[in-house]
Design a protein around this ligand. Structure first.
Ligand SMILES: [Zn+2]
Length: 212
């Protein structure tokens, strides 16, 4: 025996073994392969064409793996969603790191599709009267412009007594324009009146001082 080497086996025990000049690569770290033949389509493809799987890569190439997943998806559709949703919401509530990761993911998606998202929001704000953001700001406006001590019962009565085919309107709009200048009305009983929808649409949020 002319050469003795020390290697670490899988069970992390030190073992002595003979290294012949021809098997030097025994102790060398395994090099990741650069390309491999996909067993499904039989094409030699580079490493980047396989999905990462821990330290190694998927058995089949990306398109073949995807096709395989789609072929089997119906078997699992909806089967574990409840369990997964529970697990995810539980983790979201308890794991601050995960929350941060999700926030980062959401931000990345927003940054990527920023212009399209904002354009869609703008269109929805203009056209959809039930757009959640619009409702949020409307409710906030109403809340902010209700003075302390206003009788909620009185206000609700006015809305309940609104005749059929009429609408409750703020005489001075909550967020309006009076003779070209901004004006803020209050959400109080004496600032409410009944108008027909046509009159209300015609009025918009614009008033003139002479009308009051
Ligand atoms: Zn393939």
């Amino acid at each position: 025996m002319d050469r003795l080497g020390i290697g670490i086996s899988a069970s992390t025990e030190f073992t002595l073994f003979y290294i012949a000049p021809t098997c030097y690569n025994v102790t060398m770290p395994r090099q990741p392969f650069l390309s491999k033949v996909c067993p499904q389509c039989g094409i030699d493809k580079p490493r980047s064409d396989y999905y990462k799987k821990g330290a190694t890569v998927s058995h089949k190439c990306k398109p073949c793996s995807l096709a395989d997943i789609h072929k089997r998806a119906h078997k699992y559709f909806g089967k574990y969603s409840e369990y997964q949703n529970d697990w995810r919401s539980n983790r979201y509530a308890s794991d601050a790191k995960y929350r941060k990761k999700i926030a980062q993911q959401k931000k990345a998606v927003y940054e990527k599709h920023k212009d399209a998202i904002n354009e869609a929001r703008r269109i929805r704000w203009k056209t959809d009267p039930y757009f959640p953001a619009r409702l949020y700001y409307r409710r906030k406006d109403v809340k902010d412009k209700t003075p302390k001590g206003t009788s909620k019962k009185e206000l609700l009565e006015i809305y309940a007594k609104c005749p059929k085919g009429m609408e409750v309107d703020h005489i001075i709009p909550l967020r309006g324009i009076i003779d070209g200048r901004p004006v803020t009305g209050l959400h109080v009983p004496w600032n409410l009146q009944y108008l027909t929808p046509t009159e209300n649409r015609k009025k918009k949020n614009r008033i003139t001082e002479s009308d009051l």
